[in-house]
Design a protein around this ligand. Structure first.
Ligand SMILES: Cc1ncc(COP(=O)(O)O)c(C=O)c1O
Ligand SMILES: Nc1c(O)cccc1C(=O)C[C@H](N)C(=O)O
Length: 404
């Protein structure tokens, strides 16, 4: 693709108008929205309002003026992006904590089923949390296997199939409906981690008949650093499962201050403690923009952006580890390179912010709401420049500690 062709695509881009909603710094091409989404003007204003007016002026009265319902209200705003009903989603805690709740609850359904099946090489927290969950349930175990062995790992002892829908390194995407069916055929529940999927690809949890799901909101949804995560529990499970973290906010009547725990109705029982309102305010404001976004349009542009960088990588002979078929991937592209860390640093020095994932992955996020085709074309040119000049050899780009 030429620069003129990229600019021609930008002239007819139905998503181009969203770029102005973001407070991106000049001189940066941001290809890391799959790790930390950028600040929106709406979030900045919402946090200022939450701080100055709601906290500063209204003080504790704010709990009755919209704060206490924020987890449910934000959950309802997330629901269309997940293909869920508004009452099936709640915002709060972290993805890790929500996953713990989901896994322990699912492990406790049937004492004959005590195994969590998951994928080796899954995002570390998923496996770490699964280890922690099985340690809390007598007789439970984690069976983590390579992707090719997942189907064989399911059996009469399986309580849960835990999968990350879009892989954080390669962007490979599981067929949610097919794998949920495979879990159900084995008599197990399907629990999905949608951290690299929500806001990146169209989702249909209800259509896939999924059981539970969790995910981050600080990536493609731009909720802010450490923004509250979400938890989805299909309606049919809501009254049958119990959260192992029985905190007072999940109580049926938190303000009755009773000694005995009694789980709240529906998604309320999955709450634990006090919602972090500054973070909730940032997330809620960032989500409002999504009501205007057509996911099919987003997917089309994501594929166009992918093709630009894939072509740049092909011309350089790079090893692209992300599937070429758009239905089989999320919205980032990853290249394997022996000097991936230094190459990522060289690109950052050129103003192209992507990231590195151990041991040899250069990962570039493709976020259609604020990246133009020209941005991505220019990123491809920087990639070429950095590789042709062997900038990865420069001492200043060599690996030190504290990598994100
Ligand atoms: C697949 C996946 N799950 C979970 C997380 C993180 O969860 P938490 O918000 O608990 O840090 C990430 C990224 O950090 C992720 O990529
Ligand atoms: N959550 C992160 C953090 O607190 C610091 C640095 C990076 C992250 C990430 O989100 C990493 C991300 N999940 C990944 O896919 O690699």
């Amino acid at each position: 693709m030429t620069l003129d062709e990229a600019r021609a695509l930008d002239r007819t881009d139905p998503l181009a108008r969203f770029r102005d909603r973001f407070a991106l710094p000049d001189g940066v091409i941001y290809l890391d929205g799959n790790s930390l989404g950028p600040l929106t003007h709406a979030s900045r204003a919402a946090v200022a309002d939450c701080t100055t007016r709601q906290w500063g002026d209204r003080l504790i009265r704010s709990w009755n003026e919209g704060w206490i319902d924020a987890p449910q209200r934000i959950g309802a705003k997330l629901a269309p992006l997940l293909g869920a009903h508004p009452h099936e989603v709640i915002a709060g805690d972290t993805t890790s904590a929500n996953l713990f709740k989901a896994l322990v609850a699912a492990l406790r359904i049937d004492p004959k089923r005590r195994v969590i099946v998951s994928e080796l090489g899954n995002f570390p927290t998923d496996l770490h949390i699964a280890e922690g969950a099985v340690a809390c349930v007598p007789g439970a175990e984690l069976r983590a296997v390579p992707r090719a062995q997942l189907a064989d790992a399911l059996g009469p002892d399986t309580a849960v199939l835990l999968l990350t829908h879009v892989h954080y390194k390669t962007a490979e995407r599981f067929d949610m409906a097919a794998w949920t069916r495979a879990a159900h055929d084995a008599g197990a529940l399907a629990v999905w981690d949608l951290s690299h999927s929500v806001g990146a690809v169209p989702l249909d949890l209800d259509g896939a008949n999924a059981d539970l799901a969790v995910g981050c909101t600080y990536k493609y949804l731009n909720g802010g650093p450490g923004a509250p995560a979400f938890l989805y529990v299909a309606e049919r499970w809501q009254e049958r499962l119990e959260s192992p973290l029985s905190g007072w906010m999940g109580h049926a009547e938190p303000f009755s201050f009773t000694d005995r725990y009694q789980p709240g109705p529906g998604m309320k029982r999955w709450l634990v403690g006090t919602p972090p309102m500054l973070a909730m305010a940032s997330l809620e404001a960032a989500l409002d923009l999504w009501a205007e976004v057509e996911m099919a349009t987003l997917a089309t542009k994501s594929a166009q952006l992918f093709d630009i960088l894939a072509a740049a990588g092909d011309a350089l002979g790079l090893d692209c580890v992300t599937p070429r078929d758009p239905t089989l991937r999320g919205s980032h592209i990853s290249f394997r390179h022996p000097h991936a860390y230094a190459l990522a640093q060289a690109l950052i020095a050129r103003g192209v912010i992507g990231d590195f994932r151990d041991p040899d992955i250069l990962r570039l996020g493709l976020t259609p709401l604020y990246l133009s085709h020209e941005d991505v074309w220019r990123a491809g040119e920087h990639l070429r420049g950095a590789i042709e000049a062997k900038e990865w050899q420069e001492a200043r780009h060599q690996r030190r500690l504290a990598v994100t």
